[in-house]
Design a protein. Structure first.
Length: 543
């Protein structure tokens, strides 16, 4: 009887202990987890339920407390919050995947050869499109002209977007279809002329002459583009991306694809500027789902440094007849931001040149007045005068920067700006100190999608070839802890999503990435070889 009693008691205890275990969907153990929470704590296990982190701690304690449907032993691999890109062009990436890839072409002749290869594979396209050329990478640094395009493609219109998205190279067929002549002019743009004739290059607002006649993708095309872009992003550890300037119909398509479960990646959508968009969204107000946030407008103050469209306070050092230009007048920028300050929307303004940054920081400051929680942003903040840096902290303005811009531009930025002015360019550490945070994006497809490339560029100030030795303007490098926060929790904060995601903590959405090496300790020269082992969104493995 005594033995039977002991046996029954033991069984009772086992049954009791099992019945008291809490239910969960996923238990991750044996991992090196960087939570990126407020104390930047470390852990080796966490539990997920209903798409959110339920508990974070040690494997033994969590296994004793929770019974999970799925368990994942990660064999000691490092885990981070899902990478978050707060300034990218998600739809733009999908579009580029349908075009000729010209990134890295080392000459105009190589551009032509890549186009020929693409055209052979896609002979039925109505327009031959490509993106990524950069004359700064060629032996001849001047803008190309249309003659080589005309010789290679006399019968099909060609439109090639420069790497920064702020200049367009077209052939004579395209110019004729768009009725572009030496007399075609527009504020905030330039039809580049040679011997008083269009060369085929159009800068900033002048690109609209061509875009008006290029066939637009339909809804099915855009849906396919979004899904193709998602595939590329999750493979690189991105769980939240952004669309820095899209229209209401595209926002509605994102929402529809997310609600049907086809689009799992999360998206922070900035509304493209325009009177209909302003009127519609200012009446409707911001809205947010668990995968989509719409509460900002994308403004453009100026163009890009590489195409000399960035607006500078003094002329370009390598083209003294111009200082660039504004894409919108100061009065129009003030009108728009005055409307936004009366709403709950963010203003996210593209500013590259020191004149554009100076203008917008003062305009923001006039409206914001003091420290605040409006989280208005300067996108790129690329060339900032020393006396303007403090305004980021004075008015709680968030610098939203792209670290790889520094390492892409460093070969020629000094030529554009001169030896003194360039010291105020890509000053990420100086900018971060103003509010104690900074947001890191990529601006893809202008730059590579891979967020680890931005991490490496920020901490090492080097490019893919680990050049230069010692780093470019290394005084503005970012420590690794801050760099990780800038692409996780601080990025979410910059998008009003820090209450939803950005760190591995109870109650936050279970977005995380598993890498093959620890980017917090790996040597600088090995960072770009890091690969993604797993990507999870809302507790679901998507890669």
């Amino acid at each position: 009887m005594k033995r039977i009693f002991l046996l029954l008691s033991t069984l009772s205890l086992l049954i009791s202990s099992c019945s008291f275990k809490k239910k969960a969907d996923l238990l991750v153990t044996n991992a090196r987890i960087y939570t990126a929470d407020s104390s930047f704590s470390m852990a080796d296990a966490f539990v997920v339920k209903d798409g959110k982190f339920l508990a974070v701690g040690t494997a033994k304690a969590l296994a004793d407390e929770y019974e999970a449907v799925t368990q994942a032993d990660l064999g000691g691999l490092p885990v981070y919050p899902g990478f978050y890109d707060p300034h990218s062009h998600f739809l733009g990436l999908g579009q580029v995947l349908d075009q000729a890839d010209l990134v890295g072409a080392e000459s105009y002749d190589e551009v032509i050869e890549r186009l020929k290869t693409f055209y052979q594979a896609h002979p039925n396209v109505s327009w031959l499109m490509g993106r990524g050329w950069d004359q700064n990478d060629w032996p001849e640094k001047a803008f190309p002209t249309k003659e080589k395009l005309d010789a290679a493609f006399p019968h099909v219109p060609v439109a090639l977007i420069r790497v920064d998205g702020h200049a367009l190279l077209v052939n004579s067929k395209a110019l004729k279809m768009a009725n572009v002549t030496e007399g075609s002019k527009t504020p905030g743009g330039e039809v580049v002329l040679q011997n008083n004739q269009p060369t085929g290059v159009l800068v900033d607002n002048a690109m609209q002459f061509i875009r008006r006649v290029i066939p637009r993708p339909d809804v099915a095309d855009k849906a396919r583009m979004f899904l193709n872009a998602q595939k590329a992003c999750v493979a690189l550890g991105l769980t939240t991306v952004s669309d820095a300037g899209i229209n209401p119909d595209e926002i509605n398509l994102i929402d529809s694809l997310q609600r049907t479960g086809k689009l799992k990646i999360r998206d922070y959508a900035m509304i493209s500027l325009g009177e209909p968009n302003l009127n519609y969204f200012l009446q409707r107000g911001p809205f947010q789902t668990d995968r989509l946030t719409v509460r900002s407008f994308k403004l453009y103050a100026d163009g890009a440094l590489g195409s000399r469209g960035a607006c500078l306070r003094q002329p370009y050092s390598d083209r003294t007849e111009t200082g660039g230009f504004l894409l919108l007048s100061p009065s129009e920028l003030e009108r728009i931001t005055t409307l936004l300050i009366k709403s709950k929307f963010q203003a996210n303004t593209h500013c590259i040149g020191d004149s554009a940054n100076h203008l917008m920081l003062d305009l923001y400051g006039k409206l914001l007045k003091e420290k605040n929680d409006r989280r208005w942003r300067i996108e790129h903040a690329q060339v900032v005068s020393p006396e303007d840096v403090r305004k980021f902290g004075q008015f709680s303005i968030i610098p939203s920067v792209q670290p790889t811009h520094a390492t892409s531009d460093m070969y020629w930025a000094g030529d554009r700006l001169g030896p003194e002015r360039v010291k105020g360019a890509y000053a990420f550490n100086d900018l971060m100190k103003q509010n104690g945070l900074i947001a890191f994006g990529s601006d893809f497809p202008v730059e590579a999608v891979n967020p680890i490339f931005g991490f490496h560029a920020a901490v090492a100030r080097q490019d893919a070839k680990n050049y230069p030795a010692g780093g470019y303007q290394i005084e503005n490098s970012i420590d690794r802890k801050s760099a990780l926060l800038a692409m996780t929790r601080w990025a979410a904060y910059a998008c009003f999503e820090d209450h939803l995601r950005g760190c591995i903590a109870p109650g936050k959405q279970a977005d995380f990435v598993v890498l093959d090496r620890d980017i917090m300790t790996a040597p600088n020269e090995q960072l770009r070889q890091t690969s993604v082992k797993q990507t999870w969104i809302g507790g679901e493995r998507v890669f």
